[in-house]
Design a protein around this ligand. Structure first.
Ligand code: SF4
Ligand code: SF4
Ligand code: SF4
Length: 357
């Protein structure tokens, strides 16, 4: 079960593709206490639990994060729980005190970085247009020694995706072992963009194979996640996030959303499924149908079992429907699956059983 707590809608950056409507709205300590009580009251037993702190930029509210961790430690049932704490940050705020606190509390750290400075700074600047890459690079270099499982989330965009292999090479050169590449779903992707994806993913594949053959462990979601799924014969229901059932995201007001990417504090609350005071309105969890993809193109698709067409959030952002996959996402999934299959065959020999061909 994943719980995502938005500490604030404030952010010191002004990334062009940001989906957060920024404001000064910040969690109060009282609401934070109610969220923690809500989480521990309904937390399922016997499951791995992740509590992720995000924003805006959550480390702007570092003092609040410390206070929330104190509240969590007061929970009676804490010791019997298998809880992982994580924070996702833009990497521009990373003091000695923050490092020490996150390390002492066994946080998993995820830093957003779009690649080398000339790529990163296209989208991820401060409001005055000053660049942020030098700060992020410094944070990555410091963090990788303290957090061996450090992960980097990198967003690619029509203006940057043709250099995706440079993104991977740069992040890996810093020593990061977990790289998550995701498209900016809200961007205006064209058919021409989709058509060049195979050559782009192929560049990454060639580099990945050389890297792997030197026995360096590296996880790239586009490749490794798909290889795991291919090995298992397809996604199983426990892989699927089931927003609103296996994931709950809390806004600074205490509203509850089925996925962090749907959160807003403003007028468009159509994806809100309840709040910490009145509970979850089950009828709002339309997302429980997320295992179904009604599009004909998916029903008859040979690779549907390996496709993430069940991510209702990506679907919504790319097509406007929870259960319809937009054309670029479909092309990206097809390309990622084929790329991973080719790498799998190269690394592990021919598949012993038919996967989908
Ligand atoms: S760092 Fe994150 S929250 Fe801040 S502007 Fe960029 S995408 Fe938005
Ligand atoms: S690859 Fe495209 S058509 Fe096939 S299941 Fe995925 S979204 Fe549907
Ligand atoms: S709906 Fe998609 S983005 Fe949201 S938690 Fe599930 S897999 Fe992640």
């Amino acid at each position: 079960m994943r719980y995502i707590i938005h500490l604030t809608f404030k952010c010191n950056l002004d990334c062009e593709y940001c989906y957060i409507t920024k404001s000064n709205k910040t969690l109060t300590l009282e609401t934070a206490k109610n969220i923690i009580d809500f989480i521990f009251k309904y937390m399922p037993s016997g499951e791995k639990i992740e509590i992720l702190f995000t924003g805006g930029e959550p480390l702007i509210e570092f003092e609040l994060l410390k206070q929330i961790m104190y509240l969590i430690k007061l929970q009676n049932s804490l010791e019997n729980r298998n809880i992982k704490f994580s924070v996702i940050t833009n990497g521009t705020i990373f003091s000695k005190e923050i490092k020490k606190f996150l390390s002492e509390n066994n946080f998993s750290l995820c830093i957003s970085c779009d690649g080398p400075p000339d790529i990163h700074d296209i989208m991820r600047c401060f409001p005055d247009k000053n660049k942020s890459s030098h700060l992020v690079e410094r944070t990555l270099k410091e963090a990788v020694n303290i957090f061996p499982e450090l992960s980097v989330h990198s967003i690619y965009h029509p203006a940057t995706f043709k250099r995706l292999h440079h993104v991977v090479e740069y992040i890996a050169s810093i020593g990061v072992k977990n790289i998550y590449l995701n498209p900016d779903f809200s961007a205006r992707w064209t058919k021409r963009d989709a058509d060049v994806l195979p050559s782009i993913y192929n560049e990454i594949a060639k580099w990945y194979l050389t890297y792997s053959q030197k026995n360096n462990r590296l996880y790239i979601n586009l490749i490794d996640n798909k290889m795991e799924v291919i090995q298992r014969g397809g996604y199983v229901s426990s892989d699927k996030c089931q927003p609103g059932i296996k994931a709950l995201a809390f806004s600074p007001s205490g509203d509850i959303y089925p996925c962090e990417r749907f959160i807003t504090e403003f007028s468009n609350k159509e994806n809100c499924i309840g709040d910490i005071y009145n509970g979850i309105r089950l009828e709002r969890i339309i997302f429980k149908n997320n295992e179904l993809n009604f599009q004909e193109k998916c029903v008859f698709c040979d690779i549907k079992n390996f496709c993430m067409n069940w991510c209702c959030c990506s679907n919504y952002l790319t097509s406007g429907f929870y259960n319809r996959t937009g054309p670029f996402l479909c092309a990206s999934e097809k390309t990622a699956i084929n790329t991973a299959l080719n790498i799998y065959k190269t690394l592990k020999g021919n598949l012993s059983q038919s996967v989908f061909i």
